[in-house]
Design a protein around this ligand. Structure first.
Ligand SMILES: *[C@@H]1O[C@H](CO)[C@@H](O)[C@H](O)[C@H]1NC(C)=O
Ligand SMILES: *[C@@H]1O[C@H](CO)[C@@H](O)[C@H](O)[C@H]1NC(C)=O
Ligand SMILES: *[C@@H]1O[C@H](CO)[C@@H](O)[C@H](O)[C@H]1NC(C)=O
Ligand SMILES: *[C@@H]1O[C@H](CO)[C@@H](O)[C@H](O)[C@H]1NC(C)=O
Ligand SMILES: *[C@@H]1O[C@H](CO)[C@@H](O)[C@H](O)[C@H]1NC(C)=O
Ligand SMILES: *[C@@H]1O[C@H](CO)[C@@H](O)[C@H](O)[C@H]1NC(C)=O
Ligand SMILES: *[C@@H]1O[C@H](CO)[C@@H](O)[C@H](O)[C@H]1NC(C)=O
Length: 892
């Protein structure tokens, strides 16, 4: 039984604190020694010795010391495979001051070890690590020496470890064994608690990293140490007095047990509480509930587009007698989240949507993957740029996908600030997983730590156990014999339900938890956690991909409750590929182009989809033909994802043939891990693809969506995510492909468009529309349309509808667009002049980093102006020299 210090124990307390230099301030003085910075790194046979930065990894160190080239250059992912097959040792020396060594407790803290390593101090093994997603600490007070201390972290090849673990699991296979050959990856990643995509993915290279990927430090203290502070705002509408409560949790490591008190306050809300507390020796959680004074109105955190993201300051202090032993401040936010799964009139199944602060919210956004193979090379600026790009494209949500990493604190801080809702997966993806005791134990600790670290963030609105593992089991991706299926279902339930779900529900009662994505949610639970068809559009979320069907035909898309993944590939722009390739590589049929494509037959599928509507590039100049091909893949991708997303957005209010009430569209995928073809809308380095520019429009709060129904009826829907109603008309303008002057304009009668709805605002048969409008036919004309109010003010972007494929359009001419770059007090502008209707006008300034205000647009005016925001100093001359303008007719 631990000794309990009481207020009478002043003698002992004096002994402990009496040596503190800062005792006069009445506050415990903790000492911290950062061990980040330069370490030494060597491989197993000692042939390589080099300095290595911590945080960092072996690949980054080798590159920085020029032992290897840029690992992303050409075929280097395969050339440098040896790095992950070797074992590597990180070593550093440090001096622990006498002040540190007299402290009662000294902890060596590793915020992240990637992954399998043995840690030793002065030749004594402190322990082993096997999970990159855990923090490890070791008590080292009595091992610290006067003078130089030697700290060593010896890493075992993760590839070797995964293979060893697989071999030790002899009773039955845990598929998949290896990734498809086209990914050029390593095997058995599901046996190691490490970023699953680091062994390769269908959009990323195989770089199984090793290293200290987060900070290392020595912490010394006499009384206690706060390991983690978390706060959860809880809302109880039925409590008459205090509706908001703040649950504050402290994970504390105490040297000795003692009676003290904890004081918690949110002073801006006049809320304060003091609680007598007995701290026990060792590491324990302490939970306190602060009732929020309702005299002041609590300002709520809202998703982007629906309101602000106000924060309050929480102050936590702990005392031993009058002596301050802990003082910590953190931001708190108030918001509620509910996932509504309830019967819908006229539809089998259950609804599936999020209610934030009591309001149904349509989730608009994308899926997030790791921003770099080497996490130490993800800069704060690059994170911010990606997240700002998401918000600037009118997204309000991102799903942190389960094959990557639990993102760094800064990621969630920025999401909190910007109002980006996060669907947070646990890091399991596209595989079965083992359930040996030590595997489960390390996962349990991972889950506790991650939930405690992340649960204070209002941006996170849901936890989800894994990516696609329910679907993999239900639809038998891995050809598991029927007789063995119960074994795998049992393992599945053990890992995600009996362990992860149980821990999350204990640690975080404030958010919904789903076992998988996609899932049928409540229905999957009814079916024993693995539904017969996890892709059922009547329940939960759906992932849907179709590369062979015509993406312009919205009838091919499932009318799901919530689309959490869908997408099409494209190539990044030439300026992104150029630094990692040479001239030989610059053709669509080069070895390089095949090498970078990790999706089976992907390059061919892109052109096949593009050829349904566009004439493919056929220039006789190889480089032009290559860049034109990159362009046409982006056009195809942008148009496909636009069509699919608009279908989901217009389905939010209706039930058709029992399906609908779609309340989420998160396309796959936001960002890239390297320079290669993928489903992303932002290239590696931050350049927006055409799709991202399109997203800015198709995710706009107010959006007109046009499409044709079976009987050749043109329908325009008014979609609104606003909280207020608007009275709007649709204005449809008919253009001939051959002429910049419009043929005619049709206007609907006004309609009340309720906030948070989608419905028909304009309806007419295409034949009647064309007959009443000059000499138009489907092949000679196209439509644009927008919404406007009684005062003629436009709401939302102008959209358009093609009545035929551009490849069949009659009258489409070379528009001979000219461009002029200018600079004024507002920055750079590009003035464009066109001689004809020009679809998919694409401006590119090569490797000058920055962003155009609009791009990939349809030009139906002679003149237009686009702004360019540069991310580094540039000039009119440099921009003019780099600027290219491409439209469809330029590529053949
Ligand atoms: C030592 O290891 C390196 C890297 O794995 C390898 O290239 C080299 O051939 C090895 N040297 C000896 C002497 O075995
Ligand atoms: C790495 O360490 C393991 C375990 O000690 C050993 O089996 C393996 O041979 C080592 N690899 C190399 C390249 O030395
Ligand atoms: C408290 O902390 C420990 C880790 O030290 C953890 O295992 C436990 O689950 C935590 N949570 C609760 C609610 O007890
Ligand atoms: C492409 O790769 C193949 C097979 O590795 C090789 O034979 C061929 O020479 C390469 N071609 C070029 C142009 O590098
Ligand atoms: C564009 O230039 C070409 C070649 O000079 C010319 O034939 C064509 O008519 C021009 N296009 C338009 C719309 O004027
Ligand atoms: C349109 O642009 C052209 C070429 O830059 C210019 O000569 C003309 O004056 C512009 N027209 C208008 C209406 O701005
Ligand atoms: C490319 O295709 C276009 C349209 O089919 C055709 O007019 C043109 O002659 C072709 N050019 C070459 C170089 O084959």
């Amino acid at each position: 039984m631990a000794q309990v210090w009481t207020s009478l124990n002043w003698g002992l307390l004096w002994l402990v604190v009496g040596v503190l230099p800062a005792f006069s301030s009445g506050e415990e003085q903790r000492l911290q020694l950062s061990l980040n910075g330069k370490w030494r790194l060597s491989n197993s046979n000692g042939s390589l010795h080099l300095p290595a930065e911590v945080p960092g990894c072996v690949h980054s160190a080798l590159q920085r010391q020029q032992y290897i080239q840029d690992p992303y250059f050409r075929f280097n992912d395969v050339m440098y495979r040896w790095i992950a097959l070797d074992n590597w040792t990180y070593t550093t020396t440090f001096t622990a001051s006498p002040q540190i060594r007299v402290k009662q407790k000294a902890l060596l803290v590793f915020d992240g070890v990637d992954t399998v390593a043995s840690v030793s101090l002065n030749g004594i093994v402190l322990g082993k690590t096997d999970n990159m997603f855990r923090r490890y600490d070791f008590s080292v007070r009595d091992l610290l020496k006067d003078g130089e201390n030697v700290l060593e972290v010896a890493f075992l090849s993760p590839v070797l470890y995964a293979a060893e673990r697989r071999n030790a699991h002899s009773s039955y296979a845990v598929p998949p064994e290896c990734p498809p050959d086209v990914q050029k990856g390593e095997c058995h990643v599901n046996f190691i608690r490490k970023e699953q995509s680091s062994f390769s993915w269908d959009w990323g290279p195989s770089f199984p990293t090793m290293g200290l990927w987060k900070g290392v430090r020595l912490e010394a203290f006499d009384i206690l140490q706060l390991v983690q502070l978390s706060s959860l705002p809880l809302y109880s509408p039925d409590r008459s007095l205090s509706q908001w409560r703040l649950q504050v949790e402290l994970l504390v490591d105490a040297v000795q047990s003692f009676h003290g008190k904890v004081e918690i306050s949110v002073s801006e809300l006049n809320s304060k509480r003091t609680a007598p507390t007995t701290f026990l020796q060792g590491k324990f959680n302490y939970s306190f509930t602060l009732n929020i004074n309702q005299i002041r109105e609590v300002k709520l955190w809202w998703p982007s587009g629906l309101g602000d993201q106000p924060a309050y300051l929480l102050t936590v202090r702990a005392f031993l007698g009058t002596f301050l032993v802990l003082h910590k401040e953190s931001r708190v936010f108030f918001r509620t989240v509910e996932l509504i799964q309830e019967p819908i009139a006229g539809s089998p199944g259950l609804s599936f949507y999020f209610r934030i602060n009591g309001r149904p919210v349509f989730l608009k956004g994308s899926n997030w993957i790791p921003a770099h193979s080497f996490q130490d090379q993800v800069t704060p600026a690059s994170l911010r740029n990606l997240l700002q790009s998401a918000v600037d494209a009118n997204m309000n949500a991102l799903r942190v996908w389960g094959g990557g990493v639990y993102e760094q604190d800064l990621f969630y801080d920025i999401c909190d600030e910007l109002g980006v809702m996060v669907w947070q997966d646990f890091m399991f993806a596209c595989a079965m997983y083992p359930t040996e005791d030590d595997f489960i134990q390390t996962v349990r600790e991972e889950v506790v730590q991650q939930v405690q670290r992340l649960k204070s963030h209002p941006s996170i609105i849901i936890w989800s156990g894994n990516n696609e593992n329910e679907a993999a089991l239900a639809t038998n991706w891995f050809n598991i014999p029927a007789s063995l299926k119960p074994t795998y279902v049992k393992d599945y339930v053990t890992l995600y339900v009996n362990n992860i779900r149980r821990i999350v529900q204990q640690e975080d009662p404030s958010r919904p938890f789903l076992v998988s994505s996609p899932t049928n949610g409540a229905e999957s639970e009814q079916e024993g956690w693995v539904a017969a068809n996890p892709y059922d559009p009547h329940y939960g979320d759906v992932h849907f991909y179709s590369y062979f069907l015509d993406c312009w035909d919205w009838k091919t898309f499932p009318r799901t409750r919530f689309a959490s993944e869908y997408g099409f590939q494209s190539w990044p722009s030439f300026s992104t590929l150029q630094p990692v390739s040479v001239q030989d590589d610059w053709s669509y049929s080069s070895n390089f182009s095949s090498h970078r494509q990790h999706h089976e037959d992907g390059n061919h599928l892109m052109l096949q989809q593009a050829a349904l509507h566009f004439i493919l590039p056929n220039s006789t100049f190889p480089l032009k033909r290559f860049t034109d091909t990159l362009y046409v893949t982006q056009v195809m991708q942008a148009e496909c994802v636009k069509t699919q997303t608009e279908f989901y957005r217009r389905s939010r209010s209706e039930i058709i043939e029992g399906k609908g009430h779609t309340m989420g569209a998160l396309y796959w995928q936001l960002n890239d891990i390297w320079q290669a073809p993928s489903w992303s809308s932002i290239e590696f380095g931050g350049k927006w693809k055409m799709l991202h520019h399109f997203a800015q429009n198709f995710f706009a709060a107010v959006l007109p969506v046009g499409f044709e129904d079976d009987d050749d009826t043109l329908l325009v829907y008014a979609v609104s995510d606003l909280s207020h109603d608007l009275e709007l008309r649709a204005v449809v303008t008919v253009y001939s492909w051959a002429d910049l002057d419009s043929v005619c304009t049709l206007t609907s009668s006004p309609l009340l468009v309720s906030g948070g709805s989608a419905g028909v605002i304009y309806k007419q048969s295409v034949a009647a529309l064309l007959a009443g409008c000059g000499h138009c036919t489907r092949l000679t004309c196209l439509l644009t349309f927008h919404l406007q109010d009684e005062d003629g003010v436009q709401h939302g972007p102008t959209n358009r509808h093609f009545l035929c494929s551009p490849k069949d359009a009659v009258g489409l001419q070379r528009p001979n667009i000219t461009a002029k770059v200018q600079e004024d007090e507002s920055g750079f502008t590009v003035s464009l002049h066109s001689a004809a209707v020009a679809p998919f006008v694409w401006l590119d300034v090569g490797n000058i980093p920055g962003r155009f205000s609009s791009n990939g647009f349809l030009m139906v005016t002679r003149n237009t102006t686009v702004k360019f925001v540069a991310w580094r100093p540039t000039s009119v001359g440099e921009l003019s020299g780099s600027l290219t303008v491409t439209t469809l007719t330029d590529i053949y």
